[in-house]
Write a protein that binds this ligand. Structure first.
Ligand code: LLP
Length: 417
């Protein structure tokens, strides 16, 4: 794979654009994304699935920036959404409704109605109550809602943090696979509902193919049972979760993933739907920040940056690892062990702990790598900090993809009452 973030004369570039040129224009902290990297990842996955009928429904929660969504829409991607807000974004970016699946354990009536009137491909139903609500809504408006039930195959997929494990039995997500025949029968009997597929999602940042193999085998078995009971099933949504490397290596390979699950689907006549988020955008983005101050105390050295946990939550929330590097590499700098911390008034506000990085100076630029997924999308305005700018790079071109928030943005909802 062509390298996305590379150094020329020691200066880090995103594709052909020097990071300091981006900062000169739009400041820090900023997220920088590579359109080329996003395209390559999409094509790698789609290519590995070959001519097996499939839909890659990109998981908008990983990074919902409109430029990111437009880049993917142009390649024929669909979207996996979990809210009315994500539906709105996906449609605005030109993703056709018939390529959208609607996941999520707590969709409101308004959100279900928005999905219905948009004409989405399928609702991933997560509870009996939701199924009944959707039936009421659809039949009252003379519509038919296409549904898949999200089943839990009972696979405990190893993920780095227990917050991102979802396939096991004791989870708020989905329904137990053993309960599926009863609920499919109920779905088929309800007005306004058309059973169309089966859905699963076993977790996030999964680096092995075996949990997928195990889960897909169980779900294909369920499809046989359901078909023998008369249900017409046309697709299998295997969710997302494909893991990436945060330390420069390889994550799960699209080829290995395809080789593991496609044989289980041969002859099933099930269209394969996938909901990858991180796999597509994770490595395609960095967060650029500026060093404000250096400080020592209690035997520790701190590098204080202008980005904090409100800009990139993963280190403090999931103990997520993001490589930290100076944007301009200079020869013969010694490495020092530091905590890279933000300006927020919380001890938990850090970007990296006990990390060996080249000695940096105040005013210098740093990047946090592999921040394209769950970076900006989890950013907040905590401590009344405007959220960062987002910049999209394609070849030698850079484009502002979202302007930095202003102080006026922070109070707008309180002033225009
Ligand atoms: N489909 C469903 C139903 C999901 O719940 C998720 C992620 C995905 C697809 C996409 O998963 P991915 O391919 O990106 O792993 N904020 C956490 C990750 C939370 C994932 C939540 N669900 C993080 O920063 O690691």
């Amino acid at each position: 794979m062509a390298e996305t973030f590379v150094r020329h004369d020691g200066v880090l570039h995103c594709e052909d654009v020097a990071i300091p040129d981006i900062v000169a224009r739009w400041g820090t902290p900023s997220y920088v994304y590579s359109a080329g990297a996003i395209r390559r990842r999409f094509e790698e996955l789609s290519g590995a699935l070959g001519d097996y009928p499939h839909l890659i429904a990109y998981s908008v929660k990983a990074n919902g920036n409109l430029e990111v969504l437009r880049t993917l829409a142009e390649l024929g991607a669909g979207a996996d959404i979990v809210s009315g807000g994500e539906l709105y974004r996906a449609r605005l970016a030109g993703i056709p409704a018939d390529r959208i699946v609607f996941s999520g354990v707590g969709k409101t009536v308004n959100e279900l109605a928005a999905g219905l009137s948009a004409g989405i491909y399928g609702f991933n139903i997560e509870s009996e109550g939701e199924l009944e609500e959707l039936s009421r809504l659809a039949s009252a408006s003379g519509m038919v809602a296409p549904v898949a039930l999200r089943v839990n195959p009972g696979v405990d997929a190893p993920t780095p943090h227990h917050y991102t494990r979802t396939g096991h039995a004791a989870t708020k997500f989905g329904i137990p696979i053993s309960d599926a025949p009863r609920l499919y029968a109920k779905a088929a009997s309800l007005p306004g509902i058309r059973v169309r597929g089966v859905d699963m999602h076993i977790g996030s940042q999964i680096l092995a193919v075996e949990p997928y193999q195990d889960a897909v085998a169980q779900v294909v078995e369920l499809v046989h049972v359901l078909r023998s009971q008369g249900h017409q099933l046309e697709y299998l949504d295997v969710g997302g979760g494909l893991g990436i490397s945060y330390s420069g290596g390889e994550g799960i390979s699209a080829r290995a993933f395809a080789d593991a699950i496609l044989p289980l689907l041969q002859g099933s006549e099930l269209r394969l739907v996938l909901e990858p988020g991180r796999y597509i955008v994770g490595q395609a983005g960095v967060l650029v920040t500026r060093v404000l101050y250096l400080k020592e105390g209690g035997g520790k050295r701190f590098v204080i940056t202008d980005a904090g946990m409100n800009d990139l939550l993963r280190p403090s929330h999931y103990s997520g690892y993001h490589a930290v590097e100076p944007v301009e590499a200079t020869a013969d700098r010694e490495e020092v062990r530091v905590d890279v911390v933000g300006p927020i008034c919380e001890t938990g506000d850090f970007l990296a702990l006990d990390r060996d990085v080249p000695r940096v100076e105040p005013g210098e630029l740093l990047v946090l790598r592999t921040a394209g997924a769950y970076g900006f999308s989890m950013a907040s305005t905590y401590n009344q900090r405007p959220r960062p700018a987002e910049v999209m790079v394609s070849g030698g071109e850079m484009r502002l993809a979202r302007r930095r928030e202003t102080l006026e943005d922070l109070v707008a909802g309180e002033l225009d009452l």
